[in-house]
Design a protein around this ligand. Structure first.
Ligand SMILES: Nc1nc2c(ncn2[C@@H]2O[C@H](COP(=O)(O)OP(=O)(O)OP(=O)(O)O)[C@@H](O)[C@H]2O)c(=O)[nH]1
Ligand SMILES: [Mg+2]
Length: 310
């Protein structure tokens, strides 16, 4: 049974969340100066476990919690959500309470895609509206695209209520992360000023329902998204099946038509040959008739007759 406990000591604890490849581990390395954490350089997702990393920044104990990213190449969002939820609940029970959340978002995505919208919705459900004021949305990968384009994309996400707008209205901050230690520490500093803990919606909900992820808002959101995706896939499969059937029918028709075509071509060739034979055979007969059937005298008579007529 999950039990609620109170915060035992003040320390800054910040969860770093975001999709895979957003730069979470890089951020933690930059902020702490650690170089032993695994950063992903390929297309595969990298961080496998929730990993707390503690450091003393200007005399203040700060723990950054690096998390595996959603949209993992190997594991499902359900597995990642379970893992993050499990860690958050266990630490919550041990009295390790969060000061804030850094939500990293790469800004080099071509446009607002469905997958980004889905994951943003999921993060919001995980955090809960009450926690928005303790959220810093930090955009990464600025060096990958022209600055004006990155600014435009950030502003677009900020202004849209269904992306970050609702979080911003409730107190979340949107900042640019420049991939430097100074930038990372400035972001941490904006959260370190809070000296009270924040409860995430998922922690509250897991306490209330005995730890069942599916009953939390994030779990329900993920479930609804999965249903929607499954319906879409079912429709796509049905369409593909219909297209394949149609192609097979067309293939059968094509084979029939090909046979028909070949038959006609064969008959045309036959006819041409026959016609040629017929022509040759005619000439042959006339020549033969003139040369062999009519005696020379008959030919002479015929010539003479035609002269008389003329
Ligand atoms: N240009 C640029 N590259 C970055 C930045 N942050 C991270 N990267 C690069 O992005 C890649 C992924 O970085 P990670 O820190 O492993 O990303 P992650 O969010 O921890 O990924 P997972 O562990 O898979 O969830 C690495 O090649 C980093 O060098 C950034 O701010 N700018
Ligand atoms: Mg990582």
């Amino acid at each position: 049974m999950v039990r609620r406990v109170t915060r035992q000591q003040h320390e800054v604890v910040i969860a770093v969340i975001g999709v895979t490849g957003a730069g979470k581990t890089t951020f933690v390395c930059k902020a702490t100066g650690r170089d032993d954490l695994q950063i992903g350089h390929g297309i595969d997702s990298c961080t496998q476990e929730v990993t707390p990393v503690s450091i003393n920044i200007n005399g203040q104990q700060v723990t950054l919690i690096d998390t595996p990213g959603f949209d993992d190449s190997e594991r499902s969002d359900t597995d990642i959500l379970d893992q993050v939820a499990q860690y958050m609940t266990e630490t919550f029970q041990r009295g390790v309470l969060l000061t804030g959340i850094i939500f990293l978002q790469p800004i080099n995505q071509p446009r607002l895609q469905g997958s980004e919208m889905r994951r943003t919705r999921l993060f919001k459900k995980l955090l809960g509206e009450d926690a928005y004021k303790r959220v810093v949305i930090a955009t990464t990968m600025w060096s990958d695209i022209p600055e004006a384009e990155a600014r435009f994309r950030q502003e677009e996400r900020k202004s849209r209520h269904d992306v970050w707008g609702d979080m911003v209205s409730a107190g979340a901050k949107v900042v640019r992360h420049d991939d430097t230690q100074e930038s990372a520490r400035n972001i941490i500093q904006t959260l370190a000023t809070f000296d009270t803990p924040v409860e995430l919606q998922i922690q509250r909900e897991l306490l209330a329902n005995g730890g069942k992820t599916i009953l939390t808002s994030a779990g329900k959101q993920l479930n609804a998204d999965l249903h929607q995706e499954m319906s879409k896939m079912t429709r796509e499969i049905e369409n593909l099946k219909r297209e394949i059937e149609q192609m097979q029918r067309e293939k059968e028709n094509t084979a029939l038509e090909m046979r028909e075509l070949e038959e006609r071509e064969r008959r045309l060739r036959d006819n041409k040959e026959q016609q040629k034979k017929l022509e040759e055979s005619n000439v042959h007969m006339i020549l033969n008739a003139a040369a062999t059937v009519l005696p020379p005298i008959a030919v002479a008579l015929a010539r003479h007759a035609s002269c008389v007529i003329l």
